[in-house]
Design a protein around this ligand. Structure first.
Ligand SMILES: *Cc1c(COP(=O)(O)O)cnc(C)c1O
Length: 379
């Protein structure tokens, strides 16, 4: 039976999907195919299906197969970064098409919309996608794509995937869901009606903080994905064979890592919410979180990322971050190494609160992480 078949659990698929024993050597771990070009037969055909490294490579195919399986889609296109995955999907639209994106969309996406796609002619509206009426009102006859991010970064706001899919489809628009923060272990948006899943594989999927990458998985073949494939192979924003190999290696432990990180994040969110130096904790796993009910419906666990507001101003938040020892002051998330970040000082012009710190819970022991935060919060 193929490892991509549905009877297998995600743990098994994460280890076996996209992997075949190398027919030339018997190696269980695939070799890295660095060759840029592949031999033609005398009759002009390409017997192994590969022509040139930009249009196709065995390591990239293996990664795309594994991501398709884990996200329960039909096809995947991988990219050189998470940003260029979203960028390429937007580029596959036409100028004069209209896009709806969250008000709190990933900062880089906000920048590409305003600095690159708006001058090119793409129209867009930023709305609070947790508000279904606001999304319904923003839809226009030329809306081709609705983009959501759930849970969102760094607010951890939760959008109802199925409800937005219904709204988008009634308006003949596609729904793309950025699943970077949840990962397919906790949430599979394609099974809830989304047409595309976007990933910064940089984060949980590769999972070790050593490779930048991105992917778009489609639920079924459609004209927008066909155009996206052209952007990938003609535009050439492809990941290197080594990037693909590293990401596929990281995927093997994805279910174990994400479940452990979710569990630790839930403990830390609960502990922080009872701490006298904390004003508010943003984590969908807390019953008081405004998105908790929707999260409960569409997620199996609430993820390893949380944000919290420190009592006091920006200086106080910076002071807390400055005192952590084990938890690194660094951007990004999804690595074994825990990281804390003051978001407002790197996102100019967003609504992120000045006293917000975002915490990426790694794979250290949760007691050690809590002890580090405890001493950082003390005066
Ligand atoms: C990190 C991230 C991106 C961008 O990915 P890069 O690999 O850094 O380009 C996009 N969306 C979300 C939600 C992210 O967290």
């Amino acid at each position: 039976m193929s490892p991509d078949a549905t009877p297998f659990s995600s743990e098994t698929q994460a280890i076996h999907s996209g992997r075949n024993i190398d027919p030339a050597t018997g190696a269980l771990t695939a070799p890295i195919h660095l060759s840029t070009t592949f031999e033609r037969d005398g009759d002009g055909s390409y017997p192994k299906g590969y022509v040139y490294g930009r249009s196709g490579n065995p390591n990239r195919d293996a990664l795309e197969t594994a991501l398709t399986t884990l996200e329960k889609g039909s096809e995947t296109a991988t990219f050189a970064s998470g940003s260029t995955a979203t960028f390429s999907l937007l580029q596959a639209l036409g100028p004069a098409d209209h896009v709806i994106a969250p008000q709190s969309v990933y900062f880089g996406v906000q920048q590409m919309l305003s600095h690159i796609f708006a001058p090119w002619g793409l129209r867009y509206t930023l709305v609070d996608t947790t508000d279904l009426a606001a999304v319904a009102e923003a839809l226009r006859p030329n809306t081709r794509l609705v983009l959501i991010e759930t849970p969102s970064n760094p607010q951890l706001a939760v959008t109802d995937i199925q409800a937005i899919a219904d709204l988008a489809h009634q308006a003949d628009a596609y729904l793309a869901c950025d699943n970077t923060i949840a990962s397919p272990v906790l949430q599979t948006p394609l099974t809830l009606g989304a047409d595309f899943v976007i990933h910064a594989t940089t984060k949980y999927l590769a999972g070790h903080g050593d490779v930048i990458g991105g992917a778009v998985v489609t639920r079924e073949s459609n004209p927008l994905f066909a155009q996206l494939r052209l952007v990938q192979t003609i535009g050439g924003v492809v990941p290197s064979p080594f990037d693909c190999w590293l990401t596929l290696r990281g995927l093997q432990t994805l279910p174990l890592r994400v479940r452990a990180q979710s569990q630790a994040a839930q403990s830390m969110a609960t502990w922080l919410s009872q701490h006298p130096a904390i004003e508010q904790v943003l984590y969908p796993g807390l019953p008081e979180h405004p998105g908790h009910e929707v999260a409960q419906k569409q997620m199996q666990g609430y993820g390893g990322l949380l944000s919290f507001l420190v009592k006091g101003d920006q200086d106080r938040a910076m002071e807390v971050a400055a005192k952590t020892n084990l938890i690194a002051r660094a951007t990004s998330f999804g690595s074994p190494h825990s990281a804390i970040e003051h978001r407002a000082s790197i996102e100019q012009g967003t609504q992120t609160a000045p006293n917000l710190l975002r915490l990426s819970v790694g794979l250290e022991h949760v007691d050690d992480l809590i002890a580090d935060l405890e001493q950082a919060l003390s005066r």
